[in-house]
Design a protein around this ligand. Structure first.
Ligand code: PNS
Length: 158
């Protein structure tokens, strides 16, 4: 049986922090399944297609990453794909509180699952998609926070 995990998120947009977690998970697991939330009720800055295209391009180098979209419950995606482990990155205590709630909720819904938390690289733990979105709206240079493919995606929006 393959040792596989899902790394779920909104990735609006993907950041160097996300890519760091994906790269580290790719060393621990045989297969890493990145699952991009397609929540149509929430307004996103970047389309699902663009978020998937960036993640596909930026994670090719690791060799064991598959990028999917999902909607609805994460545990339903896990049941469909036969994945029992969720990987998430934790930057600080605020993240830890949220991850605690999500991990315990998911475990009640799917008792055979586990959540593995990776501590964010301290060089990257200031990065957040929401701050980056604000910078983009204010037309700041976000080149040190996101990969080049996201910069191209930003240019296409203008
Ligand atoms: O990194 P993000 O954007 O905060 O990711 C949050 C995400 C997508 C992992 C979370 O919102 C999620 O799993 N949503 C799917 C709905 C769900 O399963 N909710 C119940 C568990 S909290």
């Amino acid at each position: 049986m393959k040792n596989k995990c899902v790394y779920p998120g909104s990735f609006d947009p993907p950041t160097f922090g996300h890519l760091d977690i994906i790269g580290r998970a790719s060393v621990i697991f045989d297969e890493v399944h990145v699952a991009v939330l397609n929540n149509t009720s929430k307004k996103r800055m970047f389309s699902l297609e663009d978020r998937i295209a960036v993640l596909d391009a930026e994670t090719k180098v690791f060799g064991n990453i598959t990028v999917h979209s999902f909607d609805g419950l994460l545990v339903d995606f896990m049941k469909k794909t036969g994945i029992d482990v969720v990987v998430r990155g934790v930057r600080n205590n605020t993240d830890l509180d949220i991850e605690d709630q999500m991990a315990n909720t998911n475990k009640i819904l799917k008792p055979d699952m586990e959540t593995v938390l990776l501590i964010a690289n301290p060089k990257l733990n200031h990065l957040s998609s929401s701050i980056i979105k604000e910078l983009i709206r204010l037309r700041a240079d976000v080149g040190s926070f996101v990969p080049k493919s996201v910069l191209q995606m930003i240019k296409r929006r203008k």
